[in-house]
Every structure is written in structure tokens, then in C-alpha cells.
Design a binder for this molecule. Structure first.
Ligand code: GDP
Ligand code: CA
Length: 316
């Protein structure tokens, strides 16, 4: 068993739950959570980082579990005001959430890097573990639909993922360098494991893998690289993953997930409802752990985090 450092790669809501679980069972100096910034966008003069926000709220215990996203105890007065003023209302901005966007936006405008701002905001909310953007250079996910290339949030929120996606690209890559914390995490001599959180592989993890040098750095590691599947019973819990698998002509199974990550991942954690896939996945060369991967709350998050660490041979 290793007592080393764990590098977790996360998107928003799904990834955040496991990131919070890992933070509950590992001391701050043994975990770095690297977050997708491909969903980031400018809206009403604000820089919004949806996945960093999801991770921050969840790790701070401030996430709204009923709604499934955003901050608990949210109100919507500012949104109503914006609407009355005739401003864009396709993207929901809660009052509490706005505080986050304002704090981030003005610090960025003052010249602070996204890494520095993210460290400041997470620490202010009591998060002791390191949370870092994948890059301080802007990366913007775009999807190709029948209407051509579209910015991610326009499709995801504006069109509610309706139009079929035929391709995805990450504007700004190549050329986006890993953030200092990400580069340091990948190069640590005491690195014990890389955990791919149960995030959307196409929309949340691929942008992280598209950051300069990341793919090759992961390929060159000799520590366990373990992915928790976002599929339960062959389906995504929420979000466009199931729809995208079908549109991209891929089967709705964990085989599609391991095929997608290829040699970057050597170990997979799947849900009990998908246990029938175990032999096939093992035949493909993967180590497989079967457990309950549904995270209903902090207890599930910590339990799954412990199981992931145990499967990766990491002490907690
Ligand atoms: P987003 O950026 O907010 O869309 O979130 P992510 O990309 O991080 O996560 C979306 C994925 O998380 C979806 O495909 C869900 O199936 C998956 N997901 C959400 N909650 C859970 C959970 O409790 N367990 C597992 N295994 N997957 C989950
Ligand atoms: Ca996201």
C-alpha cells in the first residue's frame, strides 16, 4: 500500500461527488483535484466556470442535492431583475452563485490567474485540499451539430443538449499549458494514483486530456490509473452522456468507456448493476472492481473513495 499523493481528474456534478469523498478520506497534502475548464464561458461580463463551481460547492458541502447542481439555499432575485431589464435569461444565475462569479471575475480582471483565484475561493469556503483548474489558458469546448460548430453552453443549457452531436473540439488546444498544480501533480515522485472521477468522458475528461503534454504524461506513469464509470445499469444518471454515446455510434456500456480511455486507464470501478461486463472488461486487460457507485450523499462519497483507493493500492 502506498501513502503517496492522489491526482483526481474531475468534471462537474458527477466528478465533484467523488472528489469530495476523496477529500473526506485523504489529508490535504495527499490530494490534488484538477478540474475541467472547457465549459467555462463569459456571460453578462462574468467569467463562469461551471465545473470548478460544482467541485467547490460539493467539497465545501454547499451543493444543492435536491436540484442536483448549484448552491444550497439559493434564491433568484438577481435573475428576475435581469429578466425584467431585458437581459439574457437562458443561463440560470442564482443570487448566491452570483457572488462566486463576481468574486472570480473581478480577481481575474485584476490580473490574478485562474489557479490563484480558484485557490483563494476554495480556501475561503473552508476547503483545505488543493483544487486547481486544468489550465490557466482558456480552453472552450465546442460541439458540432447539424447547425455547425456551437459553443458548449449554448448547446448544453441554451438548447438543453437537444441537437445531435457529431463531433467535439476544444478551442485553445493545443497551446493550453497545464496549470502549475496539474503539472506538479503529474510529475510528483510520490504520486500514488490517478483517479478519473465518474465524469462525462467526452465533455468533462477529454478537455483535461487535451491540455498540452497531459496525454503523454499519463501514458508514461507507472502508478495505477483508475476510472470510476459514470454509467449505472448502462446509463448515465443524468446529463447527455447516454444520448452522446448513441449519437457517436458507441454502445452504452463500460466497454465504450474503457475503449475511449484506451491505454490511459488500467483499472475500472463499475456499478453492481453492470457486473455482467466484468469478464469482458478483464479480457480487455483491465482490473475491475464491482461495487455500488451511486453517491447519494457524503457517506456514499467517502465509501466509494475508500474503495477506489483500496483498488489502487493507496492507503487512506
Ligand atoms: P457535469 O460537468 O456537471 O456534467 O458533470 P460530470 O461530467 O462530472 O459528471 C456527469 C456524469 O456523472 C454523468 O454521466 C452521470 O452519469 C455521472 N454521475 C453523476 N452522479 C453519479 C454517481 O453518484 N455515481 C456515478 N457512478 N456516476 C455519477
Ligand atoms: Ca461540466
Amino acid at each position: 500500500m502506498s501513502k503517496g499523493h492522489v491526482l483526481a481528474l474531475s468534471g462537474g456534478v458527477g466528478g465533484a461527488k467523488l472528489a469530495a469523498g476523496l477529500a473526506a478520506v485523504l489529508p490535504p497534502e495527499r490530494l490534488t483535484v484538477v478540474v475541467n475548464t472547457g465549459d467555462d464561458f463569459e456571460h453578462l461580463g462574468l467569467t463562469i466556470c461551471p465545473d470548478i463551481d460544482s467541485v467547490t460547492y460539493t467539497m465545501a458541502g454547499l451543493n444543492d442535492r435536491q436540484r442536483g447542481w448549484g448552491v444550497t439555499g439559493e434564491t433568484w432575485q438577481a435573475m428576475a431583475s435581469l429578466k425584467a431589464l431585458g437581459e439574457a435569461d437562458w443561463f440560470n444565475l442564482g443570487d448566491r452563485d452570483l457572488g462566486m462569479h463576481i468574486a472570480r471575475s473581478w480577481r481575474l480582471r485584476e490580473g490574478e490567474s485562474l489557479s490563484k483565484v480558484t485557490a483563494r475561493l476554495t480556501q475561503s469556503l473552508g476547503i483545505a485540499h488543493r483544487v486547481a483548474p486544468m489550465s490557466d489558458d482558456p480552453v472552450r469546448t465546442q460541439v458540432q451539430t447539424a447547425a455547425g460548430w456551437q459553443d458548449f453552453q449554448q448547446w448544453f443549457v441554451g438548447d438543453q443538449c437537444g441537437p445531435a452531436v457529431s463531433a467535439i473540439r476544444f478551442a485553445g488546444t493545443p497551446g493550453a499549458r497545464p496549470s502549475a498544480a496539474f503539472a506538479e501533480g503529474l510529475g510528483r515522485p510520490d504520486l500514488a494514483a490517478v483517479v478519473f472521477c465518474p465524469s462525462n468522458p467526452f465533455l468533462s475528461v477529454d478537455p483535461i486530456l487535451a491540455v498540452d503534454g497531459v496525454h503523454d504524461a499519463l501514458l508514461g506513469l507507472s502508478v495505477p490509473r483508475i476510472a470510476v464509470s459514470p454509467l449505472i445499469g448502462g446509463k448515465a444518471l443524468k446529463g447527455p452522456l447516454s444520448k452522446m454515446l448513441a449519437e457517436l455510434g458507441l454502445e452504452a456500456s463500460n466497454r465504450a468507456i474503457t475503449n475511449h480511455y484506451g491505454p490511459l486507464v488500467d483499472s475500472l470501478v463499475i456499478d453492481r448493476t453492470d457486473a455482467h461486463e466484468t469478464a469482458a472488461l478483464q479480457g480487455g486487460g483491465h482490473t475491475v472492481t464491482v461495487t455500488d457507485t451511486l453517491m447519494r450523499g457524503p457517506d456514499d462519497q467517502s465509501r466509494l473513495a475508500r474503495e477506489v483507493l483500496a483498488a489502487a493500492g493507496v492507503e487512506y
